[in-house]
Design a protein around this ligand. Structure first.
Ligand code: SF4
Ligand code: SF4
Length: 222
């Protein structure tokens, strides 16, 4: 899987909106699981991914960190990723039949593939990753149907907000040279957004929006 790096090289040159048709439909992957192998570095999990998987499996974020997620450095930040099996490099969520065991709750990057996102100002569009899917002759599908996420508008608002937060924080930590200070900041980030303890009545998006102002203040970003 590829994200939006070297965009012109890896895309079909077009940008898609949520209601556009795009040739991304694999028509069912029929035994292929190529994009679920050796992708640990590429599938960064955002807080909604972590919450969604954690609440679906009824397993805490810390238990998932034992064998399904792992923490990777992103410059000076540390963020969770999908964990690949050490020897086979298979995603930990693949079963023996090479099917995703969390398909309905899979991370946003998996959900998009072979699409990616390109961020423009305060918005994003989608692009088709050229030759990324192993299947030939992909067919037209509406972007909205391909992604198939519930509460699309709330999810999009969260993704944009998280993108901006991580971008601002990446800039902010450039000026931190003390390892202990970085460790405290990264622990705060994980505790605040990945170890979220929600009230029964509260949605993930409401809980995230509640935490955001204080977190920005604490992290020293606008
Ligand atoms: S590479 Fe394409 S066909 Fe294979 S599992 Fe991924 S999306 Fe499906
Ligand atoms: S979470 Fe599911 S879709 Fe994503 S890489 Fe793992 S097995 Fe594949």
């Amino acid at each position: 899987m590829k994200t939006n790096i070297i965009l012109e090289d890896i895309s079909d040159g077009k940008r898609y909106d949520i209601n556009d048709l795009v040739k991304a439909n694999t028509g069912g992957c029929h035994g292929c699981s190529a994009c679920c192998h050796n992708v640990g570095d590429l599938v960064t999990l955002n807080p909604f991914d972590a919450y969604n998987i954690s609440s679906h499996l009824k397993i805490t974020f810390d238990v998932l960190l034992e064998d399904k997620f792992e923490l990777h450095p992103h410059g000076k930040l540390v963020l969770p990723h999908l964990k690949m099996h050490k020897v086979s490099e298979r995603c930990s969520f693949l079963n023996q039949e090479d099917r995703c065991t969390i398909h309905a709750n899979r991370p946003n990057i998996c959900r998009l593939f072979p699409l990616g996102r390109v961020y423009e100002d305060d918005n994003f569009k989608y692009f088709l990753q050229k030759d990324a899917c192993m299947k030939s002759h992909l067919t037209d599908v509406k972007v909205m149907d391909w992604i198939g996420i519930d509460h699309y508008n709330e999810n999009k608002a969260f993704i944009l907000s998280w993108y901006k937060l991580i971008k601002a924080l990446t800039f902010r930590v450039k000026f931190i040279h003390d390892d202990q200070e970085l460790k405290v900041l990264n622990t705060y980030l994980l505790n605040t957004f990945y170890r979220m303890d929600l009230d029964e009545q509260q949605t993930f998006y409401a809980a995230y929006n509640d935490r955001l102002p204080e977190a920005k203040d604490h992290l020293g970003i606008l």
